[in-house]
Design a protein around this ligand. Sequence first.
Ligand SMILES: [Mg+2]
Length: 433
Amino acid sequence: MTTITDVTVHDVRFPTAASGDGSDAINRGDYSATYVELSTDDGPTGAGFTFTNGRGNEITCAAVRALQHHLVARTVEEIAAEPVAFWRTLVADVQLRWLGPEKGVIHMATGALVNAVWDLRAKLAGQPMWRYLAELPTDELVASVDFRHITDALTADEAAAILDKGRDGLAGRLALLERDGFPSYTTSVGWLGYPDDKVRALTRAAYTDGWRAMKMKVGGPPADDLRRARIIRDEIGPDALLMMDANQVWDVDEAITNMTALAEVDPYWIEEPTHADDVLGHARIARAVTELTGGRCRVATGEVAANKVIFKQLLQAEAIGVMQIDACRVGGVDEVLAELLLAAKFGVPVCPHAGGVGLCEYVQHLAVFDFLRVGTSLTGRMVEYVDHLHEHFVDPVRTRGGRYLLPTAPGYSATMRPESIATYRFPDGPAWR
Ligand SMILES: [Mg+2]
């Protein structure tokens, strides 16, 4: 038995705002982590985090402290034996639920804690998270999903059937990933704060390095968006994929108008074209964009979708052609499982949201597990890649020729280097003094 003896939370912030890295139509942040460590009596330390954009990270840290009593003195084995019961202690705490429910700061704090438990489980099993998940029996995976509020779209029996079917051909799919890595796209070329010559130089360098799918930010003045898009299309040629991300800045009609102009450069998807909660708005934009491009462009969203209920509605409304789960905005691995299964049921590919700090480290495991056991296809699947801040992790992502290589270290790749925590701890670390 391994008992969780203590929960420590660190407010870690990296001063990224000044460089324009990560800048888009809405955000210009100091990439930050609400970083959680689970101490145990005789085992490894579990690591988890949620990502924030700088100011306010202290609020997520406070939310972790409000929830942490649900973990202390629990054993990993009893949590693993009844995962939904454990998950509900966090998301359905009779007092704290009022602060969500299952959305915003309190749910992000839940994600940090739940992910830390899964990191601990995988470390105790001596396996990288993707392999640990892929090898779990179907009944254990199904038992990790809280089906409350989604049974109208996905039942436990349907989930079990998807996961059982996912065993067929698994060894062949794994061999493919071991040989080639997991497909990826880069967001590093087109942040909104970058001047044109920097966009062109970064695009050319990324193409030379093997990337054949790139994402740019849009949502500035429409003429600027089109000019920058033409630069990237000019550099990558007609065959590589060009994705666009508006980070929710447009109204529904404005999104349709702007995509009518941007269709000229053959975008593969438009991401977050309007407010993240506007399921019906996304559906309308999806219909318009499909008509406009003959189905060549689709709507993508999900990086700030708060929970599985929103994803259920986006799928039911046929509002998305690409689903972009975020590993730590939702309530950790248990809820991601529900979302991957929903996507499989509805036949929509998942391209996880990454970037920020540590998100690439997390989502590589989820994408690999999805391919091995749930979605079982690489068609339309890519993991986002952003080349920032990996050096702060003990087990950073590795890419080759525009593809993620399989992680091999036990756990969820979430463990930060102690010296990085010490240097970037806010407000008293040397980087902030
Ligand atoms: Mg985005």
